[in-house]
Design a protein around this ligand. Structure first.
Ligand SMILES: Cc1cc2nc3c(=O)[nH]c(=O)nc-3n(C[C@H](O)[C@H](O)[C@H](O)COP(=O)(O)OP(=O)(O)OC[C@H]3O[C@@H](n4cnc5c(N)ncnc54)[C@H](O)[C@@H]3O)c2cc1C
Length: 408
């Protein structure tokens, strides 16, 4: 077993670390100041566009996309340690290198399932970072962790589709640069196979009948840097039939294909968030004293720091193994491990961030440290892209099958 990264990964890691130190971390406060001075908090601050230009110049662009024609052509194993570095500054770094969700998943869908015209019109401007995009699946009126519940209707009418429904928590949609949505709805609600009822269509933001109604908060945060999480109403929205992605009835399968890489990317970034939390914990513990000694001298604090290190090492190994499996046996073959990391990583990282907040006292819950916001972001990943319980249910089902008792 070889635990070393290959030469290309090492080179990109070095470049990315330098980019983070020289450009991304210093831009964190600049971006906040620019955003505060803007007319709308949803617009991308100019410093982010500068970061994008610099990243591109240094060859740090579309690293997530394994496709060699459109992306950097990295394997999951090569991308994993890079995504971890990006996770250290989740507000800015993923966007700076055009590796931010939900664009990443949408670009993967268009690369894999889009036709030539769809790629030209939507994939190319996404790849160049000119526009952003949204993925609209979840609905307020149904339990959307079970995607077969989705009620949005995509009705055929001559050469068009007409879309009616309500979605929420559509990440990125508040940002005016978000020009295109991939919308999942039902084209055939009566199909006997409940996984063939759904389709996906491309809906441009400016289509009449589409209303971005409000921004949903996340523990009180608006997540401006992610373009927020919007509620969107589709009221008789009409698009040409050529906006269908793949085939009618293929929406459920595309959603499944989209989520595999998305889940591992989230876990990789979460590990970077945890690393930043440990760094902040160590600095704080050594820079502050109470009751006659450094906080770092307290056994409890040392236990927190040691446990965090142990957990991070465990998680990283599991994430890297999963990445390697995805590269060698495919996403389907890595199903159990993808579910395992999606359950284990947010849960553990929430715990690490929670202890980091505690160690920072009142400052920890405030805007002066990134910890509270990182905690909220990590906590939402116990819900988004499939709640923990849904992954546990399906993982346990396979495990039970493996050890089935005769006659059961
Ligand atoms: C910050 C954030 C960003 C998001 N971004 C997007 C986006 O861009 N696009 C999009 O379409 N969606 C997005 N979502 C929505 C997210 O994917 C859904 O919240 C998620 O799929 C769960 O669906 P639901 O909220 O309807 O919960 P429900 O389906 O109502 O489930 C609620 C709870 O029921 C329990 N439960 C459900 N099923 C089971 C089971 N089988 N066994 C045991 N317990 C179960 C779980 O505890 C679960 O948390 C986002 C969510 C958040 C918080």
């Amino acid at each position: 077993m070889d635990f070393a990264f290959d030469a290309r990964t090492e080179e990109l890691r070095r470049k990315l670390q330098t980019f983070m130190d020289e450009h991304v971390y210093p831009a964190e406060t600049v971006a906040d100041e620019q955003r505060a001075a803007q007319d709308s908090p949803w617009e991308t601050p100019p410093v982010v566009e500068e970061l994008k230009r610099t990243a591109r110049k240094h060859g740090l662009w579309n690293l997530f996309l394994p496709d060699r024609t459109y992306g950097a052509g990295l394997t999951n194993l090569q991308y994993a340690p890079l995504a971890e570095i990006l996770g250290r500054s989740p507000r800015l770094a993923p966007t700076a290198v055009n590796c931010a969700a939900p664009d990443t998943g949408n670009m993967e869908v268009l690369t894999e399932f889009g036709n030539a015209e769809q790629r030209r019109t939507w994939l190319e401007p996404l790849l160049s970072g000119e526009i952003r995009s949204g993925f609209a699946m979840t609905e307020p009126d149904v339990a959307s962790s079970d995607a077969t519940n989705i009620e949005t209707r995509i009705r055929r009418d001559g050469d068009d589709y007409v879309i009616t429904g309500r979605k929420w928590f559509i990440s990125g949609a508040m940002n005016p640069d978000c020009k295109i949505f991939i919308v999942m709805g039902k084209t055939d609600p009566d199909a006997p196979d409940i996984r063939r009822q759904q389709s996906m269509v491309l809906v441009p933001r400016d289509t009449p009948g589409l209303e971005v109604r409000r921004a949903m908060q996340v523990y009180g945060y608006e997540d401006h840097y992610h373009g927020g999480h919007a509620e969107i109403v589709f009221d008789g929205v009409r698009v040409p039939r050529s906006n269908l992605i793949g085939e009618e009835g293929g929406g459920f399968a595309i959603a499944q294909a989209r989520l595999g890489p998305g889940r591992i990317h989230h876990c990789m970034r979460l590990i970077g968030m945890a690393e930043r939390a440990v760094e902040l914990m160590c600095r704080r513990a050594q820079g502050r004293s109470a009751f006659g000694g450094q906080l770092a001298a307290q056994g409890q604090v040392r236990e927190w720091i040691a446990d965090a290190r142990v957990q991070i090492e465990q998680l990283r190994l599991l994430v890297l193994k999963t990445a390697w499996l995805m590269d060698t046996v495919g996403n389907k073959g890595a199903h159990t491990e993808i579910q395992a990391i999606k359950i284990a990583t947010p849960r553990a990282v929430v715990g690490i961030l929670d202890r980091a907040v505690q160690l920072h006292g009142a400052g920890g819950v405030s805007q002066d440290f990134p910890l509270a916001e990182l905690w909220a972001a990590a906590r939402t990943l116990q819900l988004a892209d499939g709640p923990d319980e849904v992954h546990q249910r399906s993982l346990a089902k396979r495990e039970l099958k493996r050890h089935a008792v005769d006659g059961e």
